[in-house]
Design a binder for this molecule. Structure first.
Ligand SMILES: *[C@@H]1O[C@H](CO)[C@@H](O)[C@H](O)[C@H]1NC(C)=O
Length: 252
């Protein structure tokens, strides 16, 4: 592993200093490449000669487009593109059929990139700190999605389509301008919901298993705990009353 790290460092330096062309012969099996914070505006096409890459991190650069070479790395499972200058994703991104996690936070997306519908295994999407005002009404088609980070966008109403995304486990709408939330009880898988820094009066209603983060959340959770406790006690009491040992079984 230290060898791999050394290799990564070396490659990073190489990219930083010479940029083009990247000499990557013999790196067929490289699985992770981190090239973050290098002010890159583009990447060499020879990047596509790293077909074994599973993790590629390109955050904190100056990319205005996703380089085509990236769209040829079909074994990628995680792709980090945060803090660049992206407004869209190219249609070729659908080549990345193994992709599980995509980070595109802190870019310039005005519209949700619908090419993501074609990535059937995408579980986690980080698109916080962009400029989204709405979500497409057929977003529910992303059935594999479990975590969705939408903090720091421009939503002023709760996107209704989210109520249909019953597989969501994490939903983060922190720092938007939403003043009213519907009940989220039908999102049965939801475990964490953040609505902090929105102009809301009351915390939204969520299922028994969900933690919430935001104004009034602590009180809400306390009250729910207390209710659960009361219910548990009542149930215990009831079972004590109805379960005296039947006499007939005792002498067996
Ligand atoms: C891509 O992933 C598949 C499945 O895990 C593996 O068999 C294949 O060798 C990988 N390709 C490269 C070039 O490493």
């Amino acid at each position: 592993l230290p060898l791999l790290l050394l290799l990564l460092l070396l490659l990073s330096l190489l990219l930083l200093q010479t940029l083009l062309p990247l000499r990557v012969c013999g790196l067929m099996h490289l699985e992770k490449l981190y090239v973050c914070g290098n002010s890159l505006r583009t990447l060499p096409d020879s990047l596509s000669q790293l077909p074994g890459l599973r993790i590629l991190a390109l955050d904190f650069n100056k990319l205005e487009d996703v380089p085509m070479a990236v769209c040829q790395l079909t074994n990628l499972t995680r792709l980090y593109l945060g803090s660049n200058r992206l407004m869209t994703l190219p249609p070729e991104l659908r080549n990345l059929q193994s992709l599980r996690c995509l980070w595109v936070e802190s870019n310039y997306f005005h519209r949700f990139p619908r090419v993501l519908y074609d990535l059937p295994h995408l579980k986690s999407l980080q698109i916080g700190d962009n400029r989204l005002k709405t979500l497409p009404p057929d977003l529910w088609r992303m059935e594999a999605l479990r975590g969705l980070w939408l903090y720091g966008n421009r939503f002023d109403t709760f996107p209704k389509v989210l109520l249909r995304m019953e597989n969501l486990e994490i939903l983060d709408l922190d720092r938007n301008k939403i003043s009213e939330f519907p009940s989220l009880k039908r999102l049965h898988a939801l475990r964490l919901f953040s609505y902090d820094h929105n102009p809301v009066k009351d915390p939204p209603n969520v299922g028994e298993e969900a933690l919430i983060v935001g104004e009034g959340a602590a009180e809400f959770l306390e009250e729910r705990e207390a209710k659960k406790e009361r219910r548990r006690k009542a149930a215990e009491k009831e079972s004590e009353e109805v379960q005296p040992e039947p006499e007939v079984c005792k002498d067996k």
